[in-house]
Design a protein around this ligand. Structure first.
Ligand code: KIV
Length: 263
């Protein structure tokens, strides 16, 4: 597979071809994800929960993220690597520039930040300085304490309108990708149609341009499996087979099914 770039993903969206993102935090799994044909790897701050055992992503530091990004990038072959900016590492623009630099120097090709309109100046600054940005809207886990739990977002007309407005704003600010997490499937499909940039869904139905899952969830290793997760290990003989099954299911449209989506 040729090296994946943002223009590969733009072309896939234009052609209606779905692409795949899987989280990885170390060299071995990064190699397997890349060999399974996923176009993108997310070094997610979900590592705070699945690797470090915290009950949220809030304790994760920029040093943790740079360390795991470097581990992933040593073994990744073709996938585009997106690294999460952890909690409070981008709340001020100057910090965002310094912290994004650490992740890019660790080998990431893009950084991800949770937020909408309030982030637009920061997104603009990063992009102007050569750092591509993926934004993240909907259930943004770093705001779990504001939401009062891991709850589906965008169910009221007011919330839905605000998520759509945020999505348009971050695209206008220069974001290259958008993750939509745990929002009703019709809203995610509408946003994906309205935006030019590719939209990656998680718990957001089948109408987005791509799907992402946390690797430990899709391998059935997590203690709590949210409704939108399918355990791809259940019918596979190896981790490699499970990863390939996820890639195939996203591309042929069999995952996510209705039972994995919210209304
Ligand atoms: O940290 C992460 O793994 C994420 C995904 C849930 C999208 O942000």
């Amino acid at each position: 597979m040729p090296k994946i770039t943002i223009s590969t993903l733009d072309k896939m969206k234009a052609a209606g071809d779905k692409f795949v993102c899987i989280t990885a935090y170390d060299a071995t799994f990064a190699r397997l994800v890349s060999e399974a044909g996923a176009e993108t790897i997310l070094v997610g701050d979900s590592l705070g929960m699945v690797l470090q055992g915290h009950d949220s992503t809030i304790p994760v530091t920029i040093e943790d993220m740079a360390y795991h990004t470097a581990c992933v990038c040593r073994a990744n072959t073709d996938a585009l690597v997106i690294a999460d900016m952890p909690f409070m590492s981008y709340s001020h623009e100057a910090d965002a520039l310094t912290n994004a630099m650490s992740l890019m120097q660790a080998g990431a090709q893009m950084v991800k930040m949770e937020g909408g309109v309030w982030l637009s100046d920061t997104i603009h600054s990063l992009v102007e300085r050569g750092i591509p940005v993926c934004a993240h809207l909907g259930l943004t886990p770093q705001s779990v304490n504001v939401f009062g739990g891991y709850r589906v977002q965008g169910r009221t007309p007011k919330q839905a309108k605000s998520i759509l407005a945020d999505a348009v704003e971050i695209q206008d600010a220069g974001a290259s990708l958008l993750v939509l997490e745990c929002i009703p499937a019709p809203l995610a499909a509408d946003i994906s149609r309205k935006l030019d940039i590719p939209v990656i869904g998680i718990g957001a139905g089948a109408g987005t341009d791509a799907q992402v899952l946390v690797m430990h969830d899709m391998l059935g290793l997590s203690t709590h499996q949210p409704r939108f997760v399918q355990n791809f290990m259940a019918d596979s003989g190896s981790v490699q087979e499970a990863l390939r099954a996820f890639v195939t299911a996203v591309k042929d449209g069999s995952y996510p099914a209705e039972e994995h989506s919210y209304t």
